[in-house]
Design a protein around this ligand. Sequence first.
Ligand SMILES: *Cc1c(COP(=O)(O)O)cnc(C)c1O
Length: 406
Amino acid sequence: MARKAPNRPLRPATQLVRGGQMRSGFDETAEAMFLTSGFVYDSAAQAEATFAGSVQHYQYSRFGNPTVAMLEERLAALEGAEACRATATGMAAVHAAMLSHLKTGDRVVASRALFGSCHWIVSTLLPRYGIATEFVDGADLDQWAKALSQPTTMVLLETPSNPMLEIVDMKAVCDLAHKAGALVVVDNVFATPLLQKPMQYGADIVVYSATKHFDGQGRVLGGCVLGAKKWVEDTLQPFIRNTGPSISPFNAWVILKGLETLHLRVPAMCRNAAAVADMLAERSEIARVLYPFRDDHPQQKLAMAQMSAGGTLVTFDLKGGKDACFRFMDAMGLIDISNNLGDSKSLATHPATTTHMRVGAEERARLGITDGTVRLSVGLEDVADIIDDLSQALDAANAAPARAAE
Ligand SMILES: *Cc1c(COP(=O)(O)O)cnc(C)c1O
């Protein structure tokens, strides 16, 4: 006879290890990987009843799979959301959350500082379908209030933002958005559900790229959308079922196993990031360091009110612009040059020439991204080795032009 699961609320670490698990008849320890596209029925009548909705039975992995369902349940439990749908990528999650809900004539307001592809959806894709869109500076509540003084369908924001780690006051923006009739979508990738719970501040929908901290080991792409059960079932699910942004059960399984250590990895990466930010701030080659929990972050108070730690990313400006950045990055021996983030390996990128190349110089200036800006995703290596690598790379970057000038 099966033992009874505890019916008391479980703490986050426990949810990450055990949330959503459904054991098959073989009583396996680990979550089973149901790598199957379809499912079979006992009889034609059972197939009919399943399609009619009177019997619960998996039909086809585009719209339901047991391994994917385990991931969805685990993520919903962690977030404290009523329901979750997993998707093939983070962008599939953002796209499905928005396009499942929006129609011609609707209006969207978004913070300007968004992940590049989210920016493209709002600036380029939505207007093609007759959806009005407006960007505001996320930190400026007056701009939010002005933009939300007319009826609005949806708000999209990211906090902390990529790559300048700008903080949006979620409670204030959600209040304004709800008065305008909008649903608020928060892209919570940078904070992770361990550091920040947007729904506690009024967010209606939370989206993640599971590619980042959830897998966190550079293996698979994935994403998810979390929200109220009714919205997920009536609005999101038909969109996913019929347009197919579905995650592979294999990738869902990898992410399930990644989640089991999320509560160990993310705090360790945050500790490393905080130490790295302090070390960088001491260096004369660096014009400014942005890290949400540092005293010199312009929104430290708000960051500390919304988040339980400063996050795993550090952004800084090197004096000497692009040339200095390239010399510095090329001199790194341990830290990789990569535009990914949230990985156990420390990764650095130069936003102006990679992730934010396509937004153009004018928009970069508006976002505060200079040619000297470097974004560092701090990993799980020993922090002393990360700091040694940064120190020697800064020394090397400094030495190079001096030699050239001789
Ligand atoms: C990576 C990322 C995305 C997109 O996720 P993919 O899994 O790469 O599609 C969206 N938003 C933010 C903030 C991200 O960092």
